[in-house]
Write a protein that binds this ligand. Structure first.
Ligand SMILES: Nc1ncnc2c1ncn2[C@@H]1O[C@H](COP(=O)(O)OP(=O)(O)OP(=O)(O)O)[C@@H](O)[C@H]1O
Ligand SMILES: N[C@@H](CCO)C(=O)O
Length: 327
């Protein structure tokens, strides 16, 4: 469920009336999210319908909302389709409803992708490169609360509690990642999405209509965004739940990215470490959500295990000295 704070029709109608969008025609709570309360809202003015998403921010970094509002405004201004916060008639973008910060954003058309093709992967690469180019030289800044060091520290703690059965291979893998982070490589940075899974993209066929849910965005390695996308979009799991790398989709994602941005030798050198870090990041965060939310039946908790298997696969590739050409 994702309507944590129910709203009455009158409350939504009054909220919408501050935006000069005409009459509210309909509204509907959105199921499926796990962080915030979202409603689809349709307005009509002079027979022209428009579709919006009303979000009540329930948790997360509320103090940092101005960063997210500025980021989305900046991406929107750069021509990227994102849910920027619409200003009301008083030029307020962040408002309050039922005691929570509330935003009204355009509803992006399309669906979350299910079938990932090389063409769609190429389009994703282009989209990522456009976002990175748009933000690399801005003053926008935010530190991640899930930094690489945080990921390794949390993983070591989980190794002692929930992941003891992985001790033999995982302990040295974490030591190696920690060593790598002791002298982090110099690689390009920008504001990155940080969570661009399939369920944070809206697509039609092989086109990306837009990207949503920027609440994990921060200034960091652009290669991390590539790795997060590859791990969700370009990996399938076979019948025995083992990860299978979809190489054509990875190549297409990179070729799309390269139409706008170059990759540096340092990025090529550290790609396998970045894939590991990205897999570990979500193995850790899903395991923590599992612990925290197992008792909350209303929230769908995603299975951490696939990211553990993926991290292990990358570790084995690293130990076998696999070159890019081998996989
Ligand atoms: N601007 C938008 N345009 C179209 N659909 C949207 C938009 N915002 C949200 N949605 C829909 O609502 C769903 C939940 O939104 P969102 O992912 O932002 O919620 P959340 O609670 O932060 O969820 P989670 O963190 O679990 O992804 C999305 O998967 C999408 O289907
Ligand atoms: N995309 C994340 C959840 C939201 O951060 C995951 O699949 O674990």
């Amino acid at each position: 469920m994702s309507v944590f704070t129910p709203l009455q029709e009158d409350e939504i109608r009054e909220f919408i009336s501050d935006y000069n969008l005409g009459d509210m025609e309909s509204y509907q709570g959105i199921q499926g999210g796990s962080e915030n309360t979202n409603f689809f809202v349709t307005t009509a003015s002079s027979g022209h319908q428009q579709h919006w998403v009303l979000t009540l921010i329930e948790r997360g970094p509320v103090d940092e909302l101005p960063f997210f509002i500025d980021l989305l405004e900046s991406l929107h201004t750069s021509g990227l389709s994102v849910p920027y916060a619409l200003p009301d008639r008083h030029q307020q973008r962040i408002r309050h409803l039922k005691g929570r910060p509330a935003l009204l954003q355009p509803c992006l058309p399309g669906e979350h992708p299910t079938c990932i093709t090389p063409e769609l992967s190429h389009a994703l690469g282009v989209w990522l490169a456009r976002m990175h180019s748009a933000t690399e030289n801005t003053s926008l800044n935010r530190q991640s609360d899930r930094s690489p060091q945080w990921v390794v520290t949390q993983a070591r703690s989980l190794l002692r509690s929930h992941w003891q059965s992985h001790q033999q291979w995982l302990a040295p893998a974490l030591d190696q990642l920690a060593d790598w982070l002791q002298s982090p490589p110099t690689m390009p940075v920008s504001i990155i999405h940080g969570d661009l899974f399939r369920d944070n993209a809206m697509v039609s066929g092989n086109s990306i209509n837009g990207v949503i849910d920027f609440y994990n965005a921060y200034r960091g390695w652009t290669l991390m965004d590539m790795a997060i996308c590859v791990n969700d979009w370009c990996i399938d799991f076979d019948n025995s739940m083992q990860p299978r790398i979809q190489r054509k989709n990875i190549q297409a994602l990179f070729s799309g990215y390269r139409t706008i941005k170059h990759l540096t030798p340092s990025e090529s050198e550290h790609w396998l470490s970045m894939l590991q870090l990205a897999a570990l990041r979500f193995w850790v965060s899903r395991q923590q959500s599992w612990k925290q939310q197992a008792a909350t039946l209303e929230i769908t908790v995603k299975d951490p295990a696939p990211f553990g298997r993926l991290f292990r696969l990358y570790r084995e590739l690293q130990l076998s000295n696999a070159s890019d050409a081998d996989w």
